[in-house]
Design a binder for this molecule. Sequence first.
Ligand code: GLU
Length: 312
Amino acid sequence: MESAVHGRLAPSPTGRLHLGHARSLLGAWWSARASGGHVNLRIEDLDESRCRAEYHDGLLEDLRWLGVDWDGEPLVQSRRQTAHREALARLHQGGWVYPCICTRKDIERAASAPHREDAGSLYPGTCRERFADAQAAWRASGSEPAWRFRSDRIGSVTWLDRLHGTQKVELAPTCGDFVVWTKAGRAAYQLAVVVDDAFQGASEVVRAKDLISSTHQQVALQQALELDTPSFAHLGMVVDPAGHRLAKRTGAHALASLRESGVAAIEIVSWAARSLGCQGADAPAPAWVERWDWQAVSADDVSAPEPWMGER
Ligand code: GLU
């Protein structure tokens, strides 16, 4: 057995969890529990425009239904403003960030985890040398500026993905000067994740591979803030019969809908386990912990079972 890892589950209450979330969350949980490690839960609710209280309750209900547990109280990200602001101040002191008054959708989007279809074009650097300080940016726009990370200061980032191998990218041409603080006065996803993963002591991050490009940014922020970089594993996506990844906003294939139509948790858990390389008869989530084996996990996308893909 590998040494005990400190795992984390970081769902966002922006819709009901679906089969793709179930698979990634179970994978993160199995990995941590199989190592004898802890699992923390964090509710990533910074995107006020998309997060809803009913989804918050819904994701706790779905996790419990799957048989996934966690240690301690869930950390609610929107209550971590002070720590997030302190990190921004540290980045500012270190000359890692600059204020930006560009009013673009990309700044709004930065509050959410940027899954692939949201990936916009790179920021052109308009505000990079524009303002002496935040007050000057404020005066120019009449409102609070966003803050962007100077990607050119990092050069390349290198990190190891357990399933995809060594990742090495030049940050500036890959991610541009990304937003770490939004005009709404909150940490963007990239900064909040880094600060809160460090706070929760996460030593392993297991999530779906649509967040690989975010990991480049998160590793850069860890370096700038002198925080440890956890180990990473980005699992393949769950796709529908047409090969499209499952979307949260449509609500289709939500665990809640499957549950209502009579699908049992053990069926979903067992499908997820087998799709992650585990072998054995159907069993509830805890029983798969001892069958977990990273050597058997493939990075490929997997299809959701046909019978679960009909209209509900
Ligand atoms: N909250 C993100 C999401 O639900 C996941 C973030 C992460 O695992 O780092 O997509």
